[in-house]
Design a protein around this ligand. Structure first.
Ligand code: HEM
Length: 139
């Protein structure tokens, strides 16, 4: 196997690895004093959410096209999420990835999560669109 192909394989997870990360991470999230209540307020049945998150990470990391959704719209609906929650989210995500994977693979997941978190926060907290979407939706 070429060196380049070997490096690529170290950073493309299997579906089983994605499943382990998603389930391990949301176990931590659900019992977290700050993040748990935000999720538990909107998610009553966790199985479909976990299934959706496996599809999301499969699309991100394996380019499988399994996820069809709109993460920005889902997060714009959250009333109580604040920028500090993203640091906590990323801390738990990174801890889970590092418990499960080699440094290369954990870094690959965390790098993607950081980029997506940055773009979600731009939409949620820093753009006029985010503010007006929240103001127009009193639910
Ligand atoms: C403060 C940090 C975050 C909080 C509190 C949060 C919370 C949530 C909640 C409550 C939902 C369910 C929404 C619903 O069913 O209506 C959700 C969905 C989702 N989240 Fe997050 N999230 C955070 C950060 C992130 C990050 C950093 C990513 C990506 C790396 C992400 C990816 C997703 C995706 C893909 C969905 C599914 C959207 C859909 O329904 O298609 N979230 N999040």
């Amino acid at each position: 196997m070429s060196e380049a192909r070997g490096a690529e394989m170290r950073t493309i997870p299997s579906e089983a690895q994605i499943h382990a990360l998603v389930h391990g991470f949301y176990d931590k999230v659900r019992s977290d004093a700050e993040l748990g209540p935000i999720f538990n307020a909107v998610i009553s049945d966790w199985d479909p959410h976990l299934e959706k998150m496996c599809a999301f990470w499969s699309s991100v990391m394996r380019m499988s096209g399994r996820y069809h959704g709109n993460p920005m719209a889902a997060h714009l609906r959250l009333k109580t999420a604040q920028p500090a929650h993203f640091d906590r989210w990323l801390g738990l995500f990174s801890a889970t990835a590092r418990e499960l994977f080699t440094t290369d693979l954990a870094d690959a997941f965390v790098g993607r999560a950081e980029n997506i978190a940055r773009s979600l926060q731009l939409g949620m907290f820093w753009s006029g669109a985010g503010r007006s979407a929240r103001a127009e939706d009193p639910a």
